[in-house]
Design a binder for this molecule. Structure first.
Ligand SMILES: [Zn+2]
Length: 153
């Protein structure tokens, strides 16, 4: 945990892991759990988090708590977008296509990171409905990180 640079690069994952650990601990306290055995975390596709980094952060932050040694399982929630004008729906793949077109990003041989990784909230601002062109768009799912299931004693 000495490398502050790495930590800085993954501030997204660290802050999410921190939030998850905090909410689990207060939930555990409320329920009077002695320890968590298994925790299933639902990760929205739009979050595009690095699960390995998240897990590492999670383990470190839960050290010395009732979460220590719990088995962490990730499952992914697919993203879904909806146009409020015509009711059209589309998925993440389509969304990235639309955003690339809208933003006009040209890849210059290198790898391009989706802007959504940094700001999921941008998704709506950057997109138009592929069917009717409306900008009145909602994210129906895939924007959150939540605790799906816990096993505790
Ligand atoms: Zn539409």
């Amino acid at each position: 945990m000495s490398c502050s640079l790495c930590r800085g690069d993954h501030v997204h994952e660290w802050s999410l892991a921190d939030a998850a650990v905090r909410s689990l601990l207060s939930f555990g306290e409320e329920k009077g759990f002695k320890r968590f055995i298994e925790v299933e975390i639902l990760v929205g596709e739009i979050m595009e988090i690095d699960k390995e980094v998240f897990k590492e952060a999670f383990l470190m932050l839960s050290r010395g708590t009732i979460l220590e040694n719990a088995n962490i399982i990730f499952s992914e929630e697919k993203a879904s977008f909806r146009c409020n004008s015509c009711g059209n729906r589309w998925d993440m793949e389509k969304a990235e296509e639309i955003i690339e077109r809208e933003v006009g990003v040209e890849e210059e041989g290198g790898e391009m990171e989706s802007p959504l990784h940094f700001m999921p909230e941008l998704a709506c601002a950057l997109m138009r409905c592929p069917k009717c062109g409306s900008r009145d768009i909602s994210v129906e799912s895939g924007r959150d990180l939540s605790i799906k299931r816990v096993v505790a004693e």
